[in-house]
Design a protein around this ligand. Structure first.
Ligand SMILES: [Zn+2]
Length: 265
C-alpha cells in the first residue's frame, strides 16, 4: 500500500537517506526560499535521541548552510561538536524543549510577511486552504521585550508560547514547532502563506474569510490523514535544493536519521 496518498511509492520521487545534519541544512535552505530569508538571524533546533540538539551555524545565511556547518549542543547550549557559530538566542528553543519533551524541531526566523503581522500584533484571517491548516495552532506572543538570550527571559517566552505550534512574536518574527522535519516545514510554509495571502487580500481592499466549518473540515483532513504534513511538500523542497546546489550531493549520504519523532507536536 502506498505510504503517501499523493506521491505513492514512486521510486523517482523517493528521497535518499538524509542524515540529521543534512536535514538541518536542507530545512534552512528550503525555508529561505519560502520567505524565511532574513540572512542568518533565525535559528532552529533538532532534538536527538540523546537529548543533544543540532543547530545552525549562525555565521552564515540560511541559503548557504551546509551539513558540515551544523553544530551539536547540549541542553544548556554548550557546544559539543562542530565549528560553526552558535547564537546565544538558541536558549529560547532549549527552554521550549524542556517544557515540551515531545517536541523534536523548532524554528525561529523573521519571514517577510509573518513579521509584518507580528509587528501589527494581529493574527491574519484565513483566506486560503494552506492557511487553514493552522487553525488552533497559530498564536500571538505579545510580551516580547527585545531579546531572549538570558535564561529567565527565554523561560518566560517559552511558557507564554505554550501549546501553540506556529506563533507570531510581537515586533519580532515567528516561532514554529514540529515533530519531524516534514511537519515543521509544512507548518512554516503554511504560516508564511497565510500571512502573505491575507496581506494581499487586505491590500486589495478586503476579501471573504474562509468560513470556520470549511476551516475545520480542512484541518481534520490535514490532521487525520497527513499528521499536519503537506503531502510531498518536504520531498519536493529537498529535490529542489539538491538540484540547485549539486555540491551538496557529496554530503548527502550515510544512514537514515536516528532522531525520535512523535505523531503530534
Ligand atoms: Zn529573531
Amino acid at each position: 500500500m502506498p505510504h503517501n496518498p499523493v506521491t505513492g511509492d514512486r521510486a523517482d520521487r523517493a528521497l535518499p537517506p538524509l542524515s540529521p545534519r543534512v536535514e538541518v541544512a536542507l530545512l534552512a535552505r528550503a525555508l529561505f526560499r519560502q520567505g524565511y530569508n532574513d540572512f542568518n538571524t533565525g535559528h532552529m533546533t533538532y532534538r536527538q535521541r540523546d537529548d543533544t540538539f543540532l543547530v545552525l551555524d549562525s555565521g552564515v545565511g540560511w541559503n548557504e548552510q551546509r551539513p558540515s556547518d551544523v553544530v551539536s549542543v547540549d541542553a544548556d547550549g554548550n557546544r559539543l561538536e562542530g565549528a560553526g557559530e552558535v547564537t546565544p538566542a538558541i536558549i529560547l528553543h532549549l527552554e521550549y524543549h524542556k517544557l515540551h519533551e515531545d517536541c523534536i524541531w523548532t524554528v525561529h526566523q523573521h519571514p517577510e510577511y509573518a513579521t509584518i503581522w507580528a509587528a501589527a500584533g494581529r493574527i491574519p484571517s484565513v483566506y486560503s486552504q494552506r492557511g487553514a491548516s493552522l487553525l488552533e495552532d497559530i498564536g500571538l506572543y505579545e510580551e516580547y521585550e527585545g531579546g531572549v538570550d538570558e535564561w529567565p527571559a527565554a523561560n518566560a517566552a517559552a511558557r507564554a508560547i505554550g501549546e501553540k505550534k506556529a506563533v507570531l512574536l510581537r515586533n519580532h518574527g515567528v516561532f514554529v514547532a514540529g515533530s519531524d522535519v516534514a511537519q515543521v516545514f509544512s507548518r512554516c510554509v503554511a504560516l508564511e502563506n497565510r500571512c502573505r495571502v491575507a496581506w494581499r487580500v487586505e491590500a486589495l481592499g478586503g476579501g471573504m474569510e474562509m468560513p470556520e466549518p470549511a476551516q475545520r473540515s480542512l484541518l481534520a483532513v490535514n490532521r487525520d490523514r497527513f499528521g499536519f504534513r503537506s503531502p510531498g511538500l518536504w520531498e519536493w523542497a529537498v529535490r529542489q535544493e539538491l538540484r540547485e546546489d549539486p555540491t551538496l550531493e557529496a554530503e548527502v549520504s550515510g544512514p537514515s536519521p536516528s532522531a525520535p519523532s512523535s505523531s503530534r507536536t
